[in-house]
Design a protein. Structure first.
Length: 437
């Protein structure tokens, strides 16, 4: 009876973060679909289009830590609202760069760099929100739902953007994405609050449930960021390196999979849009399944096996699927196998973001931002390197390179122990001690 009386505001707000996550990836992967048409308008090859992809990721990487700092200073509510509006502005700006301009490619790269700056806020702010709102024992599922938005948004991109392009041209696709983002900003600002104590719809039972599952934090105390402890933490650098490997692999799908289907597998625009959804649907499922497994294994075997052990297993599976899928001749079977690779690596996604909240406490935004720099460096590298490898050695080698890099990520995960807190992070509560047994 008491369970039914407890409000569920935190769950509704996590769902809203899922929506924002989906919009973020709609805004960043739309250019992969529009890129087929854009290459003709701008008269560029895949390598120079890769520079434009990389520009986004460089801006995104550089502003991860500042975004984490801002999330702690002004709160996830204000930061995500401003970020969504920023994405809208620069999505429109992408469509306004004139192909005939003397420095059109440079301008396009600068616009995407600026879009990356704005999108840098989404996950550090989201993780800061989770650190304040979500008990330790629920963080795997919460992060699984948030990052399911990655696969959902990316999976929605091929059919939605293809339909818009077919109806109104590639520029219209960026206008549509901008409108969606601004609408989400208004909704988020209206329904979100930075802390559960500030939300009128959170009843006493939900508030007690949240507070009993969180480390004790003095909200009035302004704690200095322990940079020395953060930068000397084996956990932080293990997460950084493993997220680099993660980013390298996922951006093969985000940047090049649609183009790979069209140009390497010979599919037309409509078929590419249909087959192009497969990895992102698998990623959505992987996030949700990984989040459930994360909490279940952590409760049964402890945080190390629930977070790090699950992530290592997901990386190993990913490498196998990439190697096999890239060598299959049948298009449908190849797409299915490669899609399973995308789904497998996303089994680890909730582990990354749960561990940063586990070890960093009030500094979660900064630590998760630093970790996410590794992902974006990996993504920026693959955005430019993958077409070069494919051009010189073939797409089998390009996917094989990704499989080799996940081995490095597996080794890096082995040294990450979520029970080992960063100095001056708060001590674990009874709930978190029980889960880490």
């Amino acid at each position: 009876m008491a369970r039914h009386a407890r409000s569920a505001v935190r769950i509704r707000l996590i769902f809203m973060l899922f929506v924002i996550s989906a919009i973020a990836f709609l805004d960043r992967t739309n250019i992969s679909v529009a890129g087929v048409e854009m290459r003709h308008d701008y008269g560029i090859d895949q390598v120079r289009l890769g520079w434009v992809f990389s520009a986004f990721l460089i801006g995104y990487a550089l502003f991860q830590v500042p975004a984490g700092w801002l999330a702690a200073r002004i709160g996830p509510r204000n930061l995500l609202t401003a970020a969504l509006i920023w994405w809208g502005v620069f999505s429109i700006a992408t469509a306004l760069v004139p192909p005939q301009g003397r420095h059109a490619i440079l301008m396009l790269a600068l616009v995407r760099f600026a879009l990356g700056i704005g999108e840098a806020a989404v996950y550090p702010a989201g993780n800061q929100f989770i650190a304040r709102w979500i008990p330790v024992a629920e963080r795997g599922k919460a992060n699984g739902l948030v990052f399911a938005g990655v696969g959902f948004g990316s999976g929605l991109t091929p059919p939605l953007i293809t339909a818009v392009i077919a109806a109104a041209g590639w520029r219209a696709s960026f206008y549509v994405c901008a409108m969606i983002g601004v609408a989400a900003a208004l909704v988020w600002y209206a329904v979100a609050r930075d802390r559960p104590q500030q939300h009128r719809a959170v009843n006493a039972m939900e508030l007690a449930h949240i507070e009993n599952g969180l480390p004790p934090i003095d909200h009035e105390q302004k704690t200095a960021i322990p940079w020395r402890a953060i930068l000397r933490s084996r956990n932080v650098w293990g997460l950084f390196l493993s997220y680099f490997a993660f980013g390298y692999v996922i951006w093969i799908f985000f940047s090049w999979f649609f183009i790979y289907l069209a140009e390497a597998r010979g599919l037309d625009l409509k078929s590419s849009a249909i087959f192009g959804m497969a990895p992102f649907l698998a990623m959505t499922a992987g996030c949700l399944i990984g989040g459930v497994l994360n909490d279940a294994i952590s409760n049964r075997l402890g945080l190390y096996w629930g977070r790090s052990g699950l992530a290592m297993a997901s990386f190993i599976l990913t490498g196998l699927f990439l190697i096999v899928g890239s060598r299959v001749d049948n298009v449908a079977l190849a797409v299915l196998t490669l899609a399973l690779g995308g789904g497998a690596i996303y089994l680890s996604q909730s582990s990354f973001w749960s561990v940063t909240a586990d070890i960093a406490g009030p500094h979660t935004g900064v630590v998760s931002g630093l970790m996410n720099i590794g992902c974006q460096i990996g993504g920026a590298l693959t955005a430019s390197l993958t077409p070069w490898i494919a051009a010189h050695y073939g797409w089998t080698a390009a996917f094989g390179a990704g499989a080799g890099i996940v081995i490095v990520g597996t080794i890096a995960w082995a040294v990450v122990d979520p029970r080992r807190l960063i100095e001056s992070a708060p001590a674990a509560t009874g709930a978190s001690v029980a889960i880490a047994r």
